[in-house]
Each structure stands twice: as C-alpha cells, then as structure tokens.
Design a protein around this ligand. Structure first.
Ligand code: NCD
Length: 390
C-alpha cells in the first residue's frame, strides 16, 4: 500500500503544485510517488506547508498501512537470486531502492508490518567472518517475520572437510526459502545457487562482488543527495584490488549515472581497471578534485600475500583520508566506508566520526532497510513464480 501519491494529490493537487508549494524539484516529488513514501526528513516541511492548505497532518499520516508489493513500483521484480549487479537492469535496481527507502521509513514505526516473510526461513551461511553484514541480514529477516538461523561455520562440518556442494545439499534438505551466503572464493554463492531450490543472496564472495553493499551505498547516497545519484562525482579510494565492494559499486554507480573514479597506488589497482568505465588516479590530490563523495576502502591485509604497501604509516601518509586530503574534494563532500575501518590506516578518526561529513553510521542503518527490501523482492518473486507454476 503506497500513500505518497494520494496524500500529495489530495493536499496539493499533483506533482507540480506540490513542488511549488514545498519549494522542491518536481523530480523530488516524482521520487516520492515512485517510492510510495515520503522520506522522514521531509515530513516536517510537508506538515507545515499542508497547514497552509488547511490540511492538518500528523506523523501518523506518513505511515503506510501495509508494506507495498514490489510490483506496486510499476515493475514486477522477477529475479530469483541476488548474486551480482550484472544480473540486474535499471528497473530492477529502481524497484529494490524504492523498497529499501520504504523500509527506512517503516523501520522508525513502533509497529512495523512483520508479515512479509512470515512462514519463510532464511539461513545465513557465512564462511568468512562478518559483523555488520550478517547481523544486518539477521535483523532484516526478523523484522519481516522470517525464521532466521545463522550457521556457525567455524564449528560446522565444513571444517571437517565437507565440500561446498555437500553443504549445499545439506542446507537444501532444510528447505530454506532464502540462503544468504558469504564465501572467500569468488563464484561460490553462484555455484551454490545452481544446487539449491531456494533464492541465494551473495553477501560477499572473495574479491568478486558484494551486491547488497552496493545497493545500500546507493540508497545512502539517494538519501544524502535528495534522490539524485546521476551526475555525482564519486571517488572510490584505497585497496581496490582486493575489494568486492569496489567492483559492485563501480557497476551500480555507473548504471545510476555517477562519474566514478578509482584512486589508489598502482599496486592496489586491478590490471583491468581501465576497462571498468572509470577514471583512474594514483594520487589523492588529483583523484579527489571536485568529488562530491569520497568512498574509502579497508586495506584488506588478509587477502594479501606479500607486501602491497611499504608500511601502514606510509600508506596513511599518501593514501589515508584526513582533513588535508578531504580538502581536495568539493566543499561539503561526504565520506563513506563499508566497514570495518582501520582507523589511522585508510581514514582518520577525526573524519570517520564527524557527523557533518561522514555517512558511515547511515550506511549501517540503511543496510538493514536495504536488505529488507531485497529479501522482500526475492520472496515476492518466489511467490509469483510458485503461483505461475500451480
Ligand atoms: C566489506 C566486505 O566484507 O567485503 N565489509 C562489509 O561487508 N561491511 C569490506 C571489507 O571487509 O573491508
């Protein structure tokens, strides 16, 4: 159930009059229509302006009665898995982001709708350590009413020599609806997805992809830049070579019309990066010039055999983000980091903890909502395909 269009139409009489009254771009109001919801930061504005039109709104008026269908965003989401950004077209992405936005609003409600995944089982299968991604999926699943379990891989049969495919067969026998998989090898979630009958979400595979991180980053940017990613200049900096986050983000941000730059020492840039559709820089001073957003990446020491940088101290000196280097970017540029952070290696605490500059906490908060959106869309696609096969 969406509420933004009827609400805006009723009070202001459509997009253009609403845009005029609220002093916003028509595309912003259109974004509210598409999402079905109005972002919370605009509620006060809308309430105040509506008064001038003799409508007395309260925050309760901004809560949708029920979660929307993914198809209510105008495009039926039909993908079975979420493995790589390559699997999605722009309308899929728009649907997912709109659902994520919806859950950002819904998550501040006292009694959120918990029925979307009721009766479904989600299993988190993390072969690599994780704090925020695993917990974020756990919370997302629970908030949607699913039964959620997280496999303790350290104590599982994998350590006793079970192959990935045997593990897949075991998991499949538990009849889950969604498996969320993180694995140290690129392609492992995709392989698993061919051997199980449920949906598989890639929560990070080796140095390959981390599509849900890219989606949550895009949603964070949409929130920070009033819905507008198109035209933003974004620098992704640091250890690009070992980063699945960078690979997924480059694909998604390019698709959404951002101008993407990679900034890092030559040893930490993949040799094929010139074919990624990005501009490449080796120095922060030139790389950050005119950037709206600076996305820092962790130096992934666990994936390095041998020395890729002379020392952490020297790395910070040349490539770590501090006030001086941030000064090369646009005035008011915002900073992102997928976490976990190595403070004093790729980013100074001073920057990471400055709420006027850093979007890092928002990324974590947005992560839960975005994953709720992804789980919702996959579950609805499953139900639709079951219905079609009946
Ligand atoms: C990233 C990952 O695991 O790829 N973290 C995350 O998902 N929050 C980035 C990293 O480990 O540096």
């Amino acid at each position: 159930m969406t509420y933004s269009k009827p609400l805006i139409d009723d009070i202001f009489g459509g997009i253009r009059p609403a845009a005029r009254a609220l002093d916003k771009a028509a595309t912003t109001i259109q974004g509210w229509y598409d999402a079905g919801t109005i972002p919370q930061k605009h509620w006060n504005d809308v309430i105040k302006t509506a008064k001038e039109f003799d409508h007395h709104l309260t925050p309760d008026d901004f809560f949708p009665v029920k979660s929307p269908d993914a198809s209510s965003f105008g495009y039926p989401f039909e993908k079975r898995h979420c493995l790589s950004i390559d699997d999605f077209h722009r309308p899929d992405i728009e649907t997912l982001l709109s659902l994520g936005e919806h859950y950002l609003d819904l998550n501040v409600q006292k009694n959120p709708d918990r029925s979307v995944l009721k009766g479904k089982t989600l299993i988190n299968v993390f072969f690599e350590n994780s704090t925020r991604t695993e917990k974020s999926f756990e919370l997302a699943g629970k908030r949607l009413g699913a039964d959620v379990i997280s496999m303790q891989i350290a104590s599982s049969s994998v350590k006793k020599g079970e192959t990935l495919l045997d593990t897949a067969a075991t998991l499949n026998a538990m009849n889950p609806d969604i498996l969320v998989v993180r694995h140290g090898s690129s392609g492992a979630p995709a392989l698993l997805s061919q051997k199980v009958s449920c949906s598989v979400v890639n929560a990070g595979d080796g140095m390959h992809e981390h599509p849900t991180q890219a989606l949550l980053d895009a949603l964070t940017l949409r929130q920070a830049f009033d819905g507008q990613i198109d035209g933003l200049r974004i620098a992704i900096c640091g250890d690009i070579l070992h980063s699945r986050v960078a690979r997924s983000n480059v694909k998604l941000l390019n698709m959404l019309g951002a101008e993407v730059r990679l900034v890092g020492p030559p040893t930490l840039l993949p040799t094929d990066a010139d074919r990624w559709g990005v501009d490449i820089f080796h120095e922060m001073k030139t790389g950050l010039k005119g950037c709206d957003v600076v996305m820092m990446l962790r130096l992934q020491l666990e994936r390095m055999s041998g020395a890729f940088v002379p020392s952490k101290r020297e790395y910070f000196h040349f490539h770590g983000l501090d006030r001086t280097k941030l000064g090369y970017a646009k005035d008011g540029a915002l900073v992102m980091h997928p976490g976990p952070m190595n403070r004093g290696v790729e980013i100074s605490s001073d920057i990471a903890d400055d709420p006027d500059i850093s979007l890092i906490t928002q990324q974590v908060e947005t992560g839960v909502a975005m994953r709720m959106g992804i789980l919702h869309a996959l579950s609805e696609a499953q139900d639709r395909s079951k219905g079609a096969n009946r």
